[in-house]
Design a binder for this molecule. Structure first.
Ligand SMILES: *Cc1c(COP(=O)(O)O)cnc(C)c1O
Length: 386
């Protein structure tokens, strides 16, 4: 693993000098990198509208930057909604993208002025029709390919294509505006053809509705799933864009419907570095070959995506010299709080208490996933630089 594959030397020295005198653990987010990622995304998909998935990193600083850059937002709850409204985001730029919602929460979105809603079930659709009359509806479908996503969003969301078509028909009957179809192929999706299969299903639904029901849908929401830069390699975003655009044109021709993207991870992950400290290095017996490295950051204060070692963050230290594999674990009294055991990270044999570890590409799904007070440890602090 080389630092340069993850961050430019200039950006790294910014993080390094910023973090020197500060007490660990904390996350440093370089807002310039988010800006770069956003621009790459809109250059790669010039025809798409971006709705940032707020859950990936809901910090005010991140939301304000994306607001300024012209992004729209996808929210999962009234709490995210209220936050965006407080930051002055216009409700016309907000979609309510959670298929699981209370009627009261739909009502609050509607009263705030939000008019774009997802659904994947009849009960939810009927709630929307009551609490948010005349709004635009898109239906989320199930997709395959979750084995090749590092953080799958399987089973829980979306419905079969036939049901999606039924829901669109019902939406119209209930006085809503049938607007489009959405899918999410799984987060950190490494197999680009997952979009191909999903777009084909969407094509089928569009045609069926047009032929059978005379309903012309206007929008495809292709979700998130775009890559961040972790240990397991992926293609560049530009390759994703080329391929996905080709699938779209194959199925819909040049004047394809309006396209919405809901990136979270790919916009913010690479901007962040978690700075942690080694609390303890030990072995469990005199002759044990397993070296345990315990750090002050763990599953409960930022690294929940190491569950099942799903996301493999690049980890760096300033120590040099001979390296050897080790087990890396967090600071709490919970045996789940082990980040990596099967995947063999190699760290220097000289690594010792007080040394710092730098966890790259940790700008997404870290701070927003922290426990509040488990073992007394507070949520991870974050700082913003640019
Ligand atoms: C989490 C989520 C996203 C963001 O996915 P990433 O893989 O982080 O880009 C987008 N849309 C919906 C509906 C989500 O739940």
């Amino acid at each position: 693993m080389k630092k340069e594959n993850y961050m430019s030397p200039e950006d790294w020295s910014l993080v390094k000098s910023f973090s020197e005198e500060r007490e660990t653990p904390f996350l440093v987010v370089n807002l310039n990198i988010i800006k770069k990622r956003y621009q790459e995304l809109i250059n790669s998909f010039p025809y798409a509208k971006v709705h940032y998935a707020v859950k990936a990193n809901p910090a005010d600083e991140v939301l304000l930057l994306l607001k300024e850059l012209g992004s729209n937002f996808d929210v999962a709850s009234v709490y995210e909604l209220r936050k965006l409204l407080r930051l002055g985001v216009d409700p016309s730029r907000i979609s309510y993208g959670n298929t699981i919602k209370k009627a009261a929460d739909i009502r609050e979105h509607y009263e705030a002025g939000v008019r774009l809603y997802v659904t994947d079930s009849e009960a939810d659709l009927r709630n929307i029709a009551k609490a948010a009359p005349n709004s635009k509806i898109f239906v989320r479908i199930l997709t395959e390919g979750m084995e090749t996503a590092d953080w799958p969003l399987s089973r829980k969301f979306g419905c079969q294509t036939d049901m999606a078509a039924d829901l669109i028909v019902l939406a119209k009957k209930l006085g809503l505006e049938p607007y489009g179809i959405s899918f999410h192929v799984g987060s950190q999706q490494r197999d680009i053809s997952a979009w191909d299969a999903a777009i084909s299903k969407v094509r089928y639904i569009f045609s069926w509705l047009e032929d059978e029901e005379d309903i012309k849908l206007k929008m495809i929401n292709m979700g998130g799933g775009f890559p961040a830069n972790y240990v397991s390699r992926t293609n560049e975003l530009s390759v994703y864009a080329e391929e996905i655009t080709r699938y779209l044109i194959e199925d819909f021709g040049d004047d394809h419907p309006e396209i919405i993207l809901e990136p979270g991870r790919s916009l913010v992950a690479d901007s962040g570095v978690i700075v942690s400290e080694v609390v303890l290095v030990s072995r469990k017996s005199r002759t044990s070959l397993n070296r345990w490295v315990y750090t002050d950051v763990g599953k409960f204060n930022g690294l929940i995506e190491t569950l099942e070692e799903s996301i493999k963050f690049p980890i760096f230290t300033d120590r040099r010299g001979e390296v050897e594999e080790c087990i890396i674990a967090g600071p709490t009294c919970d045996s789940q709080d082990i980040m990596y055991e099967d995947h063999k990270y190699e760290l220097p044999l000289t690594l010792t208490i007080g040394d710092r570890l730098y966890w790259f590409s940790t700008g997404a799904y870290t701070t927003s996933y922290c426990s509040v007070e488990f073992n007394g440890f507070p949520p991870l602090k974050s700082y913003f630089i640019q």
